[in-house]
Design a protein around this ligand. Structure first.
Ligand SMILES: Nc1ncnc2c1ncn2[C@@H]1O[C@H](COP(=O)(O)OP(=O)(O)OP(=O)(O)O)[C@@H](O)[C@H]1O
Ligand SMILES: [Mg+2]
Length: 455
């Protein structure tokens, strides 16, 4: 691969150019030669070379000027300086200006070859790194799509709150974009160059959450082989996103409260109080005021958190956003360059659908449709929307959940229903969550909450 690389040789010594070209061609490189700096610049404008072998002293335009041009015009192109023993000093100057290396004339071809190979590898690395950086940039560009008045109102509130340093609570059903909003707030705050750290309070058992959040000292518990920094420490100066904060246990809530009050915390097993400066953004799909009434969530913690509350409306309450989001996903999720389109019928069925899983569900529907649609237009069948449940099935289901005319509570029904869905899917949680239109995390939380056991 490196052997196909395109090399430009620029030296006013025509014999040297000729000889070098022959040698390099033999090694499998593609080689052009020019005898002056001005021609080198012309050549570089016309063709994308990987590497330039550059003499310093030429008649017209000097090597250093060519180097300057290259670093400006095509920075990933590598430059190796060919120099006489007497000019080593200028060669070193060139390296400071961005040349990869220099070789003194008369050159040793093996040595030159080695330098060329290394320079080309270096170039490949640079190109790859730039590519990755681009991808990362794209990934973290937090664009919140949606023109509906309902969403725009939340965004404008988010913009205002981003500037403040208050804690924020983001409410919304599953998949409405709570995490995206939290990231958006972080990126628009003065903390944007510091870390944005995420922890999901529902995903781990109590002790692990505590050690994730606040860290632990060596030997604090059996598995604590080393001291570990907590996420509050890692997020110092930045934003800490506490996802599904409603799931935080009553045992941990006072510790978080204390941290919110004065930035103080203690590692597990630690004896000193540490402090860290983070802004906390919490997210929940529960009604925390109700949870507080039911004594599942401390009221004082809630009031520390919801200095500002942002409520993201479900997709079914802002239907104007559906097609906009659809185009966005058609573009970003398309594996090929030419994105597919929705047929008018498919548009209609999306507009009529309720999206219990909100934007995440729409995202999955489109991802899937892009794979399955055979033509340029996506048809309703490609969307594979869950159909409305026929009336007699509802009656059957109702019968199942009302025993001898005793009505079960919603919680009991939910528990039974989730257990059944898990059974049907052989406990494949991902698939079950998808069918239920909730996130795997939410499913996990509910399994925990209702203590649903396999088998
Ligand atoms: N307005 C939006 N514009 C573009 N993408 C969005 C928008 N809202 C949500 N998404 C995308 O939908 C997906 C779900 O969003 P996110 O994870 O932020 O939701 P969530 O509310 O945190 O869900 P959960 O409650 O399940 O954790 C993500 O891929 C996110 O990028
Ligand atoms: Mg989330």
């Amino acid at each position: 691969m490196l052997k196909n690389s395109k090399i430009l040789v620029c030296d006013d010594d025509e014999t040297l150019c000729y000889l070098l070209k022959e040698q390099l061609l033999e090694e499998g490189y593609s080689v052009d030669t020019v005898y002056d700096g001005s021609f080198a610049i012309d050549a570089i404008k016309r063709k994308n070379f990987d590497l330039l072998l550059l003499d310093l002293n030429m008649h017209d335009v000097q090597g250093e000027d060519v180097l300057k041009f290259v670093k400006d015009y095509n920075p990933s192109m590598q430059v190796v300086i060919l120099t006489a023993q007497s000019e080593v000093r200028s060669a070193i100057e060139c390296i400071k200006m961005g040349a990869y290396d220099f070789i003194t004339k008369p050159y040793n071809f093996d040595e030159l070859l080695l330098t060329i190979d290394r320079a080309l590898e270096h170039k490949e690395l640079i190109v790859k790194t730039n590519l990755l950086a681009d991808q990362v940039d794209k990934k973290i560009s937090t664009r919140i799509i949606g023109n509906s008045r309902e969403l725009q109102r939340v965004i404008s509130l988010a913009n205002k709150s981003a500037m403040s340093d208050s804690n924020i609570l983001i409410e919304g059903e599953t998949g409405t974009g709570k995490e995206l909003m939290a990231e958006y707030i972080h990126k628009h705050s003065s903390r944007k160059d510091m870390p944005f750290v995420v922890i999901n309070c529902a995903s781990l058992p109590d002790q692990l959450i505590e050690s994730e959040l606040f860290g632990h000292e060596k030997g604090a518990f059996t598995d604590a082989k080393n001291t570990k920094q907590g996420l509050v420490e890692i997020a110092h100066g930045g934003t800490l996103f506490l996802d599904e904060i409603g799931e935080l246990s009553l045992a941990l809530q006072p510790k978080l409260l204390r941290f919110l009050e004065n930035g103080e915390y203690r590692r597990i097993g630690g004896i000193t109080n540490l402090t860290s400066n983070v802004r906390v953004v919490g997210a929940t799909n529960r009604n925390l005021l109700e949870e507080a009434d039911n004594k599942n969530f401390r009221r004082d913690l809630l009031f520390r958190l919801n200095v500002i509350t942002l409520t993201i409306p479900p997709l079914r309450d802002r239907k104007e956003d559906i097609l906009l989001l659809t185009s966005h996903f058609l573009e970003t999720k398309s594996p090929i360059r030419a994105p597919k389109h929705l047929s008018p019928e498919a548009e209609k069925s999306l507009l009529n659908y309720d999206f219990p899983g909100n934007i995440r569900e729409l995202e999955h529907i489109i991802e899937r449709a892009l794979i399955f649609a055979e033509n340029e237009f996506i048809e309703p069948v490609d969307l594979n929307l869950p159909t409305e449940v026929p009336k007699n099935m509802v009656r059957k289901a109702m019968a199942e959940y009302t025993e001898d005319n005793v009505v079960l509570s919603m919680d009991e029904i939910e528990k039974k229903y989730i257990a059944k869905a898990l059974r049907i899917n052989d406990w494949d949680r991902k698939e079950t969550a998808k069918q239920l239109g909730i996130s795997p995390k939410t499913l996990y939380t509910k399994i925990k909450k209702y203590a649903i056991k396999q088998g």
